[in-house]
Design a protein around this ligand. Structure first.
Ligand code: UDX
Length: 440
């Protein structure tokens, strides 16, 4: 058992804190937001992540997890400190490191004994070395304060499994002591067979940026092929199936549709490009700007298909948008392709009614111009077009015969290639989807 602190009680921080408590460690999680700390202390997780609420409840009860606003308390209690704050997109696409720096500056004055500060946030290559110097400069413990970089790879909606059964753990370290501390901490995962890769700071930092950029590239690759399919008689879903069965390619992240969004892939892709430009090697990853461009075009294409189903204009049409989160099993609407499409339709004069199983509160706060309904049926009442924008399981289970009786016109645009096309066509729907063969 080790005593650790987690700095930042966002999605990453709370998930990491609860999972470390689950591994048997004593965890104090810190945030400067009093209201958030009070809510978490009362057992209220302020965002939706499957299983997290239960895990937090359990470890508030075991006493292995608690929340505070006090950095001095964290420094007194823990000897490993995890930086888990956001690195949002800043100017020119570069990552904004303001939160990372303020956490380091708030913690450093209290670090008067041997300890390890571990970055988990996604940062531009070179940040860990800078943070290590900053800590040695500002902490009373000076050289006794070690730094390491241990990037997280967790996906929203799978955060707990991705933390407790990750594909790999990456440790960017400069000293054997730092490596030993982290190996001890993660020993239960290593014992269960999780590979631990030990490397330097720069490689660890790049590992995260590279993984997310590769995933984004894979999605845009299939979406670019969807554009080619649309210019031919080919079908992108059948094409993706063929590619997926090649074990060298694999089927993950090869799902065509309105593309990627969220708090990570789009921003990490841009931050990596910005960093390569700073390093004078901008040409090396120049193709990533095309990955971004393909991704944004797919949203526009979905809006175009819906407009076409409406006879060329959206003015006064009723559109039911099913899904508003950037992906299923999440209430996150950051850079959500679904939200982008819904807003575009609304801007062009459509009455857009939205249903999403988890993300409506978040969407409603920022986008009151959309109309929010409590279920699929109410959202689809009188609709000229129904569009599926996030592939929630619930939408795959819709009975197209039953839904056909509440809409004004049986027209559907499947923005995620998630519906069983033949079932919908048999029930009399005109089915449209990105990159699919048009049936006469
Ligand atoms: C991502 C990385 O997967 C994770 O390792 C990293 O730590 C954080 O960023 P996340 O943002 O939670 O995770 O979502 P992810 O599951 O990767 O999906 C990203 C986006 O791509 C979603 O909008 C999703 O709908 C879209 N997507 C995914 C596709 O359009 N097609 C696919 O085949 C897969």
């Amino acid at each position: 058992m080790r005593s650790i602190s987690v700095l930042g009680c966002g999605y990453l921080g709370v998930t990491h804190a609860a999972c470390m408590a689950e591994l048997g460690h004593q965890v104090v999680a810190v945030d400067t937001d009093d209201a958030k700390v009070a809510a978490l202390t009362a057992g209220e997780v302020p965002f939706y992540e499957p299983g997290l609420q239960e895990l937090v409840d359990r470890h508030l009860r075991t006493g292995r997890l608690h929340f505070t606003t006090s950095y001095s308390e964290a420094a007194a209690q823990a000897d490993i400190h995890f930086i888990c704050v956001g690195t949002p997109q800043g100017a020119d696409g570069a990552a904004d490191l303001g939160y990372v720096d303020s956490v380091v500056d708030a913690l450093a004055p209290w670090l008067d004994r041997e300890c390890l500060v571990v970055g988990k946030s996604t940062v531009p290559v070179g940040t860990a070395a800078r943070i290590a110097h900053r800590l040695v400069d500002r902490a009373p413990g000076k050289g006794a304060v070690l730094t390491a970089w241990n990037p997280e790879f967790l996906r929203e909606g799978h955060g707990i499994a991705d933390t407790l059964q990750p594909d790999r753990i990456v440790l960017g370290v400069q000293s054997p002591q730092a490596e030993k501390l982290l190996r001890d901490l993660y020993a239960p995962l290593a014992d269960a067979g999780v590979p631990i890769l030990v490397t330097d700071f720069a490689t660890a930092e790049l590992a995260k940026a590279a993984a997310n950029s590769f995933l984004a590239t894979k999605i845009s690759f299939i979406n670019a092929l969807a554009e080619v399919c649309e210019a031919t008689t080919a079908d992108v879903v059948e094409l993706a199936e063929v590619l997926a069965l090649d074990r060298r390619i694999g089927g993950e992240f090869l799902k065509p549709g309105i593309g990627f969004g969220g708090g990570c892939l789009p921003k990490d892709l841009r931050a990596l490009q910005a960093r390569t430009r700073e390093l004078g090697v901008g040409d090396s990853l120049a193709f990533l700007s095309e990955v971004d461009a393909v991704n944004l075009r797919r949203r526009e294409k979905a809006a175009h298909m819906i407009r076409q189903q409406c006879g060329g204009t959206l003015e006064g049409k009723r559109i039911a948008a099913l899904g508003i989160s950037f992906k299923p099993n999440s209430d996150d609407i950051r850079d959500s392709p679904a939200l982008h499409v819904a807003r575009r339709l609304s801007v062009e004069g459509a009455y857009v009614s939205v249903y999403d199983p988890k993300a409506m509160k978040n969407a409603q706060r920022c986008h009151p111009e959309l109309h929010y309904e409590p279920d699929v049926k109410s959202a689809c009442l009188g609709a000229d077009v129904v569009t599926v924008l996030t592939e929630w399981q619930e939408f795959q289970e819709i009975d197209p015969w039953a839904l056909g009786s509440v809409v004004a016109q049986r027209q559907v645009v499947d923005g995620r290639n998630t519906l069983k096309r033949t079932d919908w066509e048999r029930a009399g729907w005109v089915y449209g989807a990105l990159g699919r063969r048009i049936r006469s």
